[in-house]
Design a protein around this ligand. Sequence first.
Ligand code: AMP
Length: 226
Amino acid sequence: MDGASALTCAPILILLGPPGAGKGTQARMLQERFGLVQLSTGDLLRAAVAAGTEAGRAAEQVMKAGGLVSDEIVLAVLTERLAQDDCARGVVLDGFPRTTAQAEALDAMLAAGGQRISAVISLDVDAARMVQRVAGRFTCGGCGEGYHDDFKPTRTPGICDACGSEEMTRRTDDTARTAMARLDAYAAETAPLIDYYDRSGTLSRVDAMGAIDRIAADIARLVNGA
Ligand code: AMP
């Protein structure tokens, strides 16, 4: 079966994987294909930083250094977003949970509402190659198309292939130094969640080193079976 019709009740999916594994790309594809809401705690926190909220001010320096924002702040921004009506369609969590405390808080939150996680998909990559992947990323500010200095440059420098915009943006934490710190944080705090979800029987693993469309097809098969 294919598309949204395969999903009978609002699914809650989690994409796990280190920075650069392709969580954002795959979450956006799941959003389009299954009508799920992509919920990226990184995006929520960047929006809070841009808006200068209390949470944003507290998170800004930690994010710049590549560390993890406190569970309290992350849970507050996520809970607020989850309460919005569109999330009833089902969500794909991208970049959350990142600590065991966040995973336990999510379990408790869902249990209280009579819900549970549909699937946790671990995007398996060679972590040593992720610094290079992350350090060269940039995005078109016009349409959101993603590029990379080495692996996927624009055909004409500075101009988006997809929409012609000249407005390219780079995340301030997509530098080699910060990427290394983010990978360390992943190894120390987030990688243990693979075992956590394996024990609960919700984990599936996908080889995420190959072509984006093949990875998306593997994920879609898992979602249809969830
Ligand atoms: P991302 O866009 O997922 O790469 O996240 C960017 C940054 O936001 C991370 O390096 C962290 O500083 C922070 N962040 C995002 N999600 C979380 C989370 N679930 N827990 C703690 N920090 C987070």
